[in-house]
Design a protein. Structure first.
Length: 200
């Protein structure tokens, strides 16, 4: 049997598993959900995952078959990050009875961002975003095309001002006035309520 390459990303509510099975026939794909196990079958290709790191709700979990991969959405029975796909983790539903102290501690822990998971989520999103979903994508969004038009129609000094102000301000300022911009480095002006931090 051929093993299948797979990867996942998670939120507190669900874990999304991508099984890379190019050209899978939806009629031949079988996915079986159990509270702590998942099995994927397509012809001679299979993937068995157990025990899952946490408990899932088999009735709410589902999958879709795409051209390149099969996306399996596992709905978690208890909110929280697993940090992995399989393993002997204590099941939060059977072993966790929160006392006021642990409830507070877990609430604090829940507010920490899982940057690795977020990065994986962004990188594994093979679907191209449209400009409706993300204004930074493509040239057909109104804001993007507006700035492209200004840049294309501008003279050399205006273009120079736009590039210098945008780069030096870390993307927080866009100026078209070269006489003002050429005098000194452009200050970083983060949105109100935000604080600028420089990363090495």
């Amino acid at each position: 049997m051929a093993a299948l390459r797979h990867e996942f990303y998670e939120t507190d509510e669900k874990l999304t598993l991508s099984v890379f099975d190019r050209g899978a026939d939806p009629a031949q794909v079988s996915v079986k959900f159990e509270p702590r196990a998942l099995s994927y079958q397509h012809g001679d290709k299979s993937l068995q995952l157990q025990p899952l790191k946490g408990q899932i709700d088999p009735d709410k979990s589902d999958f879709t078959v795409g051209k390149v991969k099969v996306e399996i959405r596992l709905v978690k029975a208890a909110q929280g990050r697993w940090g992995g796909l399989v393993g002997d983790a204590p099941d939060p539903l059977t072993t966790f009875a929160p006392t006021p102290a642990t409830a507070t501690a877990s609430a604090t822990a829940k507010q920490r961002k899982n940057w690795e998971g977020i990065t994986t989520e962004i990188l594994s999103g093979e679907k191209e975003k449209t400009s409706d979903e993300d204004p930074n994508v493509g040239g057909d969004s109104t804001v993007n095309s507006f700035f492209q038009k200004i840049f294309a129609d501008a003279d050399e000094d205006t273009r120079r001002a736009m590039m210098k102000s945008f780069q030096e301000s870390g993307g927080t300022t866009l100026s078209t006035n070269w006489d003002e911009v050429k005098k000194a480095p452009v200050e970083v002006k983060p949105p109100s309520g935000s604080e600028w931090k420089k990363w090495n």
